[in-house]
Ligand binder design. Structure first.
Ligand code: GLA
Length: 718
């Protein structure tokens, strides 16, 4: 992480206000905008490296067919007065039209950062963060917008959310509302986002930003596997380690839209926020709507610098759990081993085998509840106590008590269940249209307070009555029919309330989010849950790409990653136990997801040592900075380096994906070390000492033989 602090003369880091000109300075960045005196509009001035004043726009008077609002950089573009680009806000006024005229009225600087009621949000002390709230008003409609900007100087991160309040006499409808919107100057730019589907999350898509609109989003009801709520904008020459990168990450678990528009003047507008298909939010007089917040970071050290800013910010100021920087227990999850075929005998056997191998936490996945009362039902708590006792007595043979974890899918209900029989009105539906099922399930309508209360009470009963140390909270289908588009956001607010109450009520539990793998891998979830199951795809080769690309925005500490059996159930590929283990160790929550009794003896015998290795690696992966030295989408020899924050320890992961006959092996040049320091480098029992300069400028070379090879290398600063 670059720590250079620029000398800004009279201006310090944090919020600087000069009458109606505003600057948010990070250690290595500035974000500037001002009020246009005649229109009252907010004009974007700069988002990039440190800058102490605004430079007058000389091309503002350029003639063209488009009107003035299209020829300026607007901070919060409203709609209806001649800016033809994508708006940040579109309001259907009570008179029926969609014209707004928002003008600056006042501002306020607040030390620290107020929370966002009901929504996940970054947090920090007055030393960490300062907040600027800018108020605008449409006097005719009496609609007020408050834009809240928080600057975390150490992370070069600006966090923004918007609140719209209807002070008028009639109901209005918010048809579109962005958390973040920014106009960047005319220049060639490219955008990067993560797309995928079930079991193939996190393909990185890099494309030129063309004239016109391009974007992505999710209308699934959740952030989804299809597109992650993350956008990077880079210059054409930006690489992993060099060049400008702007990263945007929406702290939200619901449907979202991220749009980029290069207008006729060549300016690039980026807008992230609610998905308009799932909004149409009615606001009665006196009511407000608050957007989720969006984090924007700026880096001149390429995508790697952008990622490290996100990682530190998320670990220190988003994940509020006590587990955020604690090493995780090595676990065994029953899903791929047992699937739904769960009974008392095989739970006991699996837990026993897990403990014999050195596993610390046994997780009982899907299939644990009764067939008569599938998913959550009143009887669910009855059987579980016995199962936990069984698992624990199976695991107790080595003195240390095996911790127990349990899978839930609380937001779903089966049609054949006592819960649905009692409350058919509790599921998402639209009038008398068919209630389409996904995975034989309907979705409980979490926007209803009674459903939220039911879930809180049911889960509390189970967690309160049993020694459960870990919860895997799954969610396996999207939202189909809804009574109104706004139910989607109300649902997410309801889900957040449930997460908030339960995670506060059971603070020592390790909570893992999951949605058919990475279908809800987003910063909103990470505010409440310590980690997320990265993907149902456990093929180690696929996982290299998935985990590297997921790390573009999310820290490795929050990724669940397991060793599964070979041939892999989904790809049919076989890889060595070492390769599978080394890939899984790059995730913060390492585990096994197989039946040890079915492992070949020569594999099984290696597992205790691999678990011990994972325990050595884990603290550096959890707390360290990640340097992606070479990426799997570009190289046959991907490599990643984790360096502890204090810089004393580092772990290097090197891979060879395929055997390349008669091809030289590359030198892996390390990054982020102290060039003057000396490091002991240990790999497979061999030791050498090199300076940081040698390691970064010459690098290390490892010889591999065959497909799917790997090395874990330790560095200790002497
Ligand atoms: C989803 C999860 C899996 C597993 C199954 C159980 O697919 O992602 O890890 O829990 O559900 O049904």
């Amino acid at each position: 992480m670059a720590t250079t602090q620029f000398d800004l003369g009279n201006e310090t880091t944090g919020v600087v206000v000069d009458e109606t000109s505003f600057a948010l300075h990070g250690n290595n960045s500035s974000y500037r905008f001002h009020v246009d005196a005649s229109s009252g509009d907010l004009i974007s001035d700069h988002f990039g490296g440190p800058a102490t004043e605004n430079v007058a726009l000389s091309n503002i008077a350029a003639h063209g067919w488009v009107e003035m609002p299209c020829r300026i950089w607007r901070e919060f573009p409203d709609q209806g007065r001649g800016d033809f680009r994508i708006p940040a806000v579109r309001i259907r006024q009570s008179a029926g039209h969609t014209v707004s005229e928002l003008r600056y009225t006042s501002h306020q600087v607040i030390p620290g950062k107020p929370s966002l009621p009901g929504l996940p949000a970054t947090f920090g002390s007055e030393e960490d963060v300062s907040t600027l709230v800018v108020r605008m008003e449409d006097e005719r409609a009496r609609v007020v917008v408050e834009l809240s900007y928080s600057i975390f100087p150490a992370h070069d991160a600006v966090v923004r959310s918007a609140k719209v309040t209807n002070n008028g006499n009639g109901e209005i409808t918010i048809e579109n509302l962005a958390s973040f919107s920014v106009d960047l100057p005319s220049q060639e730019l490219e955008m990067i986002n993560l797309r995928g589907d079930w079991s193939r999350e996190a393909f990185a898509e890099r494309r030129k930003i063309h004239y016109g609109t391009q974007g992505f989003g999710s209308a699934v009801g959740y952030s989804s596997h299809l597109h992650n709520p993350f956008l990077a904008i880079v210059t054409p020459t930006t690489t992993e380690s060099q060049g400008e990168a702007w990263g945007f990450s929406l702290v939200y678990t619901g449907s979202f839209a991220a749009n980029v528009e290069k207008g006729s003047q060549g300016f690039t507008r980026a807008v992230l926020g609610f998905h308009p298909n799932h909004l149409s939010w009615p606001l009665a007089p006196g009511e407000s709507l608050v957007t989720p917040e969006c984090v924007a970071v700026y880096s001149t050290t390429g995508l790697g610098g952008m990622s490290r800013r996100f990682h530190r910010l998320f670990r220190d100021h988003l994940v509020r759990r006590e587990w955020a920087d604690r090493p995780r227990p090595a676990l065994l999850n029953s899903w791929e081993g047992l699937s739904f075929d769960v009974n008392e005998d095989n739970i006991y056997a699996l837990a026993t085998d897990a403990a014999d191998l050195g596993v610390k936490l046994f997780v009982l996945d899907d299939g644990w509840f009764g067939v008569k009362h599938p998913r959550l039902a009143e009887t669910a708590a009855l059987g579980i106590g016995r199962r936990i006792r069984l698992a624990q007595c199976g695991g107790q043979r080595h003195g240390e008590k095996l911790k127990f974890g349990l899978w839930f899918e609380p937001e779903m209900v089966n049609v054949r269940s006592s819960l649905y029989e009692a409350h058919p009105e509790w599921v998402l539906h639209a009038a008398d249209y068919p209630r389409t099922e996904g995975r034989n399930q309907l979705v409980l309508n979490l926007s209803l307070p009674e459903v939220q209360d039911f879930l809180i009470a049911s889960i509390s009963k189970i967690l309160g009555a049993s020694a459960i140390s870990y919860v895997k909270w799954d969610n396996n289908r999207g939202m189909h029919e809804m009574a109104h588009p706004s139910v989607a956001h109300r649902y997410i607010l309801g889900a957040y309330r449930v997460f908030d109450v339960l995670t506060k009520r059971f603070p020592h539990v390790l909570w893992e989010g999951c949605a058919s793998g990475g279908g809800r891998f987003d910063p909103g979830i990470l505010h409440y849950f310590d980690q997320v199951w990265t993907s149902d795809n456990t093929d180690a080769l696929e996982r290299v790409r998935i985990q590297f690309n997921t790390s573009l925005v999310y820290p490795a500490s929050v990724m669940g990653a397991h060793i599964s059996a070979v041939p892999n159930w989904s790809t049919g590929r076989s890889t060595s136990i070492e390769f599978r283990a080394h890939v899984a160790m790059m995730g913060g929550s390492f585990g096994l997801e197989l039946t040890p009794a079915e492992m070949p003896a020569e594999e099984k015998v290696k597992v205790p040592q691999l678990i011990a290795l994972s325990e050595r690696v884990n603290p550096v992966v959890i707390g360290g900075d990640l340097w992606r030295l070479s990426n799997p989408e570009e190289s046959n020899w991907p490599a990643a380096l984790f360096i502890s924050r204090a810089g004393h320890q580092a772990v290097l992961f090197c891979f060879q994906l395929r055997a390349h006959l008669y091809h030289a092996f590359p030198f892996v040049k390390l990054q982020g070390l102290d060039p003057r320091a000396r490091y002991r480098v240990t790999c497979n029992g061999e030791e050498a000492v090199y300076s940081g300069a040698t390691l970064m400028n010459v690098g290390l070379q490892y010889i591999f033989y065959g497909d799917y090879q790997s090395r874990v290398v330790f560095l200790d600063r002497l």
